[in-house]
Design a protein around this ligand. Structure first.
Ligand code: 5GP
Ligand code: ZN
Length: 112
């Protein structure tokens, strides 16, 4: 999608520190990490966020969780948090579906 930051990162137009990539998804380090490990996993397909998941496109969400588990195993990360913010009040700043993966410190609960 034109003018979408994460579509541009997925297309390689804007560089990122890649963690994992295949035909369907990209994982890259967050530019403003909130934990020692903080990367984002996005579908290459433009989906605006969690509220735009439908019967037609929901398969990518399961696949993203499969990829997260694989990356975590490869990196030896035994405990992590997966977060997706949807909408302004929840803190979504980039309107392209993304899952934050945070690890490496006590993350606390509930979130602030
Ligand atoms: P949100 O606030 O939408 O849940 O998450 C967006 C995330 O994208 C933020 O954690 C922010 O630091 C990250 N981010 C914004 N712009 C860039 C960028 O150009 N490159 C990378 N790697 N991360 C970005
Ligand atoms: Zn996009």
């Amino acid at each position: 999608m034109e003018n979408c930051l994460f579509c541009k990162i997925a297309a390689g137009i804007i560089p990122s520190s890649k963690v994992y990539e295949d035909e369907r998804v990209l994982a890259f380090n967050d530019i403003d990490p909130q934990a020692p490990t903080h990367f984002l996993v996005i579908p290459k397909e433009h989906i605006t966020g969690a509220g735009a998941i439908t019967e037609e496109n929901s398969g990518i969400v399961a696949y993203i969780f499969e990829v997260i588990a694989k990356i975590a195993k490869e990196k030896g990360i035994e405990s992590y948090r997966v977060v997706t913010n949807y909408g302004e009040e929840a803190g979504q700043t980039v309107p392209h579906l993304h899952f934050h993966v945070l690890a490496g410190r006590n993350l606390g609960w509930p979130p602030g």
